[in-house]
Design a protein around this ligand. Structure first.
Ligand SMILES: Nc1ncnc2c1ncn2[C@@H]1O[C@H](COP(=O)(O)OP(=O)(O)O)[C@@H](O)[C@H]1O
Ligand SMILES: [Mg+2]
Length: 147
């Protein structure tokens, strides 16, 4: 489906509001597709307030939801080889009982959990819209539908 930014943010907030760990969402799509917009909305929905650091500067932002689970926003744009993730505790992250959002997840190579959502955002002809596809991989709970 094609969503405006407002609709994408609403959806992300609804996902965050209903999220309970473990939830891993890998985000795909080119620069400017809206991965960060969506990831920040999920964090906000999970109750992680205030200004989140601009992704790209921080590879891994770890926050705590008021519902007392960790919320992790990762941006692997600057990763050149998957083995750079070794020092970051990636394995621990995969096993963590957390809500995790990963931009440029492909750069982790195969290092992604077997149970996750793959969400792809794409530009379409209308610059105000983004095409969104969400695919469940493995065994995951449903996400709320975009309103
Ligand atoms: N429908 C839309 N959904 C998401 N972002 C949109 C949409 N329409 C316009 N935009 C704009 O596109 C940009 C997306 O940026 P960002 O989320 O940082 O992309 P990415 O993280 O994928 O590189 C923002 O400037 C946002 O305002
Ligand atoms: Mg981004």
């Amino acid at each position: 489906m094609d969503l405006t930014e407002a609709a994408l943010v609403r959806w992300g907030r609804a996902i965050g509001a209903q999220a309970s760990p473990p939830l891993w969402i890998s985000l795909h799509g080119p620069l400017g597709a809206g991965k960060s917009v969506f990831a920040r909305a999920v964090c906000e929905g999970a109750g992680v307030g205030g200004t989140l650091p601009s992704p790209g500067f921080t590879l891994l932002g770890v926050y705590r939801s008021p519902r007392s689970f960790p919320v992790v926003h990762a941006d692997l744009y600057r990763i050149e080889r998957p083995d750079e993730l070794h020092g970051l505790g990636w394995r621990e992250l995969e096993a963590a009982d957390a809500v995790v959002l990963v931009e440029w997840a492909d750069r982790a190579g195969g290092r992604q959990p077997p149970d996750r959502w793959d969400l792809t955002l794409e530009h379409v002809a209308d610059p105000m819209l983004r095409r969104v596809r969400a695919v469940a991989v493995g065994s995951v709970r449903d996400l709320p539908a975009p309103a």
